[in-house]
Design a protein. Structure first.
Length: 316
């Protein structure tokens, strides 16, 4: 009987042990630190959505489901590229329309191909031009220095209502039409130095800066009261022109008057001041250059009483 009981208990214990699951023990020791994850026994990545009985999960499924949906729910589409804006040129025309490079010159070349057009500025320096090229209507600043221009015609600057500065230095200009500049409503700066000009034309009242130095104006090149109505004029440069007088009257706005290297021999007491008004002060006119003229400034001391500074020139 005892033998039967021992056999029954042994069979029951063997059956219980056999029913228990067999698992491998993973030892997290230093010898496993350098082993890739895929080589470890039973690689496992936690997934809260794992179904019962699922022992292994691919590493890629460790990404949370919400993030996976954000990548997979919307189809991949190419974003449309922003449409490039049509470049605007100096005359306001589009690159697809006419007038891209400005009006045609006499040589058949567009002005902005012959010259350089940047914004509203046209640079035509040192191009051996013999005439002013036709300019785009939006031109505000025009430079054509060191060329061979000999004449300024009446319509060279016609309809350029935005033109503010003209610089024609170092050309061969000897003749300027009477109306070449007068019809420019916004012209502020006129530079005509180093030419062969013998007569100044009519000037617009908007001018603030005039430089006609190194020309051939002489005795008759500046008409009477040529600068009287230029109420915005601040700088007037007429050096090296063989002038024999100071062109009067000068506007009250004038700040600088350069007349050096001429042939001015005398000055009157009312050239700058008012003879009968000793309280009159002309504060704006601070820079007067008369050096290089055959004039003795010490002979007319009352001519400078109203000025903040004495003119530069010969005092002997």
């Amino acid at each position: 009987m005892q033998t039967f009981v021992n056999i029954f208990l042994g069979f029951f214990i063997f059956k219980s042990v056999g029913a228990a699951p067999i698992t491998d023990t993973i030892i997290y020791d230093s010898e496993f630190y350098d082993i890739p994850l895929g080589d470890l026994p039973h690689p496992f990545v936690y997934d809260e959505n794992e179904q019962p009985g699922q022992l292994e999960t691919e590493i890629g499924t460790a990404l949370p489901s919400i993030i996976q949906e954000s990548y997979s729910s919307a189809p991949l589409t190419e974003e449309p590229e922003e449409e490039a804006s049509t470049p605007k040129l100096i005359d306001g025309s589009s690159a697809q329309g006419s007038g891209v490079l400005g009006p045609q010159t006499q040589d058949g070349l567009p002005t902005c191909l012959l010259c350089a057009c940047l914004g509203t500025t046209v640079y035509c320096d040192d191009h051996e031009l013999e005439a002013v090229p036709p300019l785009p209507k939006e031109t505000m600043y025009f430079y054509s220095r060191y060329n061979r221009i000999r004449k300024i015609n009446r319509n060279d600057f016609a309809n350029l209502n935005n033109l503010k500065r003209i610089d024609l230095s170092a050309n061969f200009i000897s003749e300027i039409h009477e109306d070449a500049f007068r019809r420019l409503p916004q012209l502020e700066e006129l530079v005509l130095r180093d030419n062969r000009i013998r007569q100044l034309p009519e000037l617009p009242s908007t001018l603030t800066f005039i430089d006609v130095s190194k020309n051939r104006l002489g005795r008759k090149g500046i008409r009477n009261e040529a600068f009287k109505d230029l109420h915005e004029l601040q700088h007037l440069y007429i050096t090296d022109n063989n002038l024999d007088h100071i062109p009067l009257p000068l506007p009250e706005s004038l700040q600088a008057l350069h007349l050096q290297n001429n042939n001015i021999q005398e000055m009157h007491e009312d050239t700058f001041c008012k003879m009968k008004d000793f309280t009159y002060v002309r504060r704006a006119l601070e820079d007067i250059r008369l050096d290089g003229n055959p004039i003795n400034l010490s002979k007319t001391p009352y001519a400078y009483m109203c000025l903040p500074r004495l003119p530069v020139g010969n005092l002997i």
